[in-house]
Structure formats: structure tokens, C-alpha cells
Design a protein around this ligand. Structure first.
Ligand SMILES: [Mn+2]
Length: 329
């Protein structure tokens, strides 16, 4: 047999913990293809041939559909676990899809369901990483875990998730693929925490980044929103999403824009609509070539020359449903 095993997953906690559970259940020398949180179109990087066995976890089928069809047509068998929104799931004799887009679902929990809870503690780490805190705590009770151990799994999930944020592997503490190899050595994440120092390192780095971020004064602040400028630094690129969520939760009536400087002096932008309305973020960002969801959206590249106009439009936006009310320009 010349067949190869290839595992492909998002490099966040949910993706890694899904594959860890599977490979603890079905040990196999497999090549792992993963990346950072922003690396979603991973299937197009996979070269495989007839007879190869592919495991795909936590990657949007919408974004990987063409590559998936190409692999299936080439004779590759694909087992696919995911919870991201999908239009329709391809039907193919070589595709075994386990997709559930319910709001309480995540990929680690889908694998847990499939394996009958065999490596549930790892599934909980993935679920905590995807912010399914209530679901994860509920499921943790079935393991009889103490409050303290549940807290440890939550911190680990959030830290592994955080480790996937950055522009490149130079920005993060440990490349997700390397972290995966360490995780796979342990059937129980509590043992991982006891024997590997990396769990504490990830948590310390996350807290340190957040402390720096919270010390930043807003660049602009008014009744409807605030704008923050972050320097061109690895910690800014790691923390911007977490900071945006923190600010949104701290000031529910306000919108927030985080502008992270790039090496070229331009900006990458994250926008959160006010938590109260959860509306208008995507529409706002589209005016600057960005996109996203109603509550959270972004702009990949905002030229420095547009900063002033950005501030004007941001200040004039009403953050309600329907067409955004932009400043006359
Ligand atoms: Mn996920």
C-alpha cells in the first residue's frame, strides 16, 4: 500500500483538538497541513493522489469547495468535520461529511460525538477555544471534572486559540503544527498541562499582550464609538481581535475600530458594531474595500492617506440596520 494519510485543519484550538482526538483514536503516521487562524483556504495547498486518505477539520467548506472537488475527482478519500456555514454539501462516494452548523456546535465536539466521547477532555479544550463556554462547562460535568480542572481546560483552549492569531508564524509563540505534535503525546490535556511548559507560556503571553493593549489610550473617542491605533508589532497583530472583543463587551453602546499599522505605514482594520445593535459593521467596511458580518468586519488594507476620511465616516455612522448613514463626501 502506497496510500498516504494527510490531516488538514485550522490552526486554532478547535481545529487542532479535533485532529488530536482523531489521531489518538486512529493512530497513523500522517502529514499535517495547518496554518494560522487566517489561513482558511488550506485545501488548495494539498497535493494528494488516488488512494490517499484525507481528514479535514474545522475548515469552511464554502472556502474550500473547489479544492475539495478536485481532490475527490482525483480519487482521494475525504473525511470532513466542520461547523462553518455552508450552502450545500457535495455528494460524492469518496466524501464522508460530518457537518453541523448549529450554534452550540464546533468541530471538536463533532469529533467527540462521532467517537462517543472517547477523548472528551480534548474536545472541551477545542470548545472553550471556540468560545462555547456554557456548552463546554456543561459537557465537562459528564467527566466529573472539578471547577479547577475545568478552569485549566478553559484557559488552555483560549490560549491555544490565541496562539493562532498573527500575520505569519513569526508573530506567534509556536507554529500550530509544532504545538499539535506536543498535544498529540497526551491522551489527557490535563497531563499535557502538567508536563509541558508551553501551556503556561501561551497563557502568560496572551495576558501580557492584553495588558499592553489595554494600556493604549484611544486615538479618538466619542459617544458612539472609539478608534484605537496599534503599532506595527507582533503583539498588535496577535491581540487586535481579542482587544476588539474586550472593548465591545466593555462598552455595549459603542462601536470600535482597531487600526493596526503595517510595515508600509498603512493599516489593517477590525471593526465591531456596538454590541447593542450588532449592525452596520460590514456595510461600513465595504466603503473602504473591506467586508465581514453585521457585528464584526474588517478592512485588509487601508492606505494611510485614507485615515482622515475613515475617521470622518466612522464618526458619522449610526450603526443600525439598513443602509449605513455615511458622511457626505
Ligand atoms: Mn471552529
Amino acid at each position: 500500500m502506497n496510500d498516504h494519510y494527510i490531516d488538514v485543519c485550522n490552526g486554532d484550538a478547535d481545529g487542532l483538538c479535533a485532529v488530536v482526538q482523531w489521531r489518538l483514536h486512529a493512530p497513523q503516521t500522517a502529514r499535517l497541513v495547518t496554518g494560522l487562524k487566517r489561513d482558511i483556504a488550506l485545501l488548495e495547498r494539498v497535493s494528494a493522489s488516488r488512494g490517499d486518505q484525507l481528514l479535514v477539520c474545522d475548515l469552511s467548506l464554502r472556502r474550500n469547495r473547489a479544492a475539495l472537488l478536485r481532490l475527490l475527482e482525483a480519487g482521494v478519500s475525504v473525511r470532513y468535520f466542520d461547523h462553518h456555514k455552508v450552502d450545500d454539501i457535495p455528494v460524492h462516494p469518496l466524501l464522508d461529511a460530518h457537518i453541523d452548523v448549529a450554534s452550540g456546535a464546533c468541530t471538536s465536539l463533532l469529533v467527540d460525538r462521532y467517537l462517543g466521547g472517547r477523548f472528551r477532555a480534548w474536545a472541551l479544550v477545542g470548545a472553550f477555544g471556540d468560545n462555547l463556554t456554557t456548552v463546554a462547562h456543561g459537557l465537562a460535568l459528564t467527566l466529573g471534572l472539578s471547577l479547577e480542572d475545568r478552569g485549566r481546560l478553559q484557559t488552555l483552549g483560549e490560549s491555544i486559540n490565541y496562539n493562532a492569531y498573527g500575520d505569519s508564524e513569526q508573530d506567534v509563540h509556536m507554529a500550530p503544527g509544532r504545538l499539535y505534535e506536543m498535544m498529540l503525546r497526551y491522551r489527557d490535556p490535563l497531563d499535557f498541562l502538567q508536563h509541558e511548559v508551553v501551556g503556561q507560556e501561551l497563557d502568560a503571553l496572551r495576558q501580557d499582550d492584553m495588558r499592553r493593549a489595554r494600556a493604549l489610550p484611544p486615538y479618538l473617542q466619542h459617544a458612539r464609538g472609539s478608534v484605537y491605533l496599534l503599532p506595527d508589532a507582533a503583539w498588535s497583530r496577535r491581540v487586535s481581535g481579542s482587544l476588539a472583543n474586550f472593548l465591545a463587551a466593555a462598552q455595549p453602546p459603542q462601536a470600535h475600530a482597531l487600526l493596526t499599522a503595517t510595515a508600509a505605514g498603512d493599516f489593517r482594520v477590525s471593526v465591531r458594531a456596538p454590541l447593542r445593535t450588532q449592525a452596520g459593521a460590514a456595510e461600513f467596511c465595504r466603503q473602504f474595500g473591506g467586508d465581514g458580518r453585521a457585528g464584526a468586519a474588517g478592512i485588509d488594507h487601508l492606505p494611510a492617506a485614507q485615515l482622515e476620511r475613515f475617521i470622518e465616516v466612522f464618526s458619522a455612522t449610526r450603526w443600525t440596520d439598513g443602509p449605513a448613514v455615511a458622511a457626505a463626501s
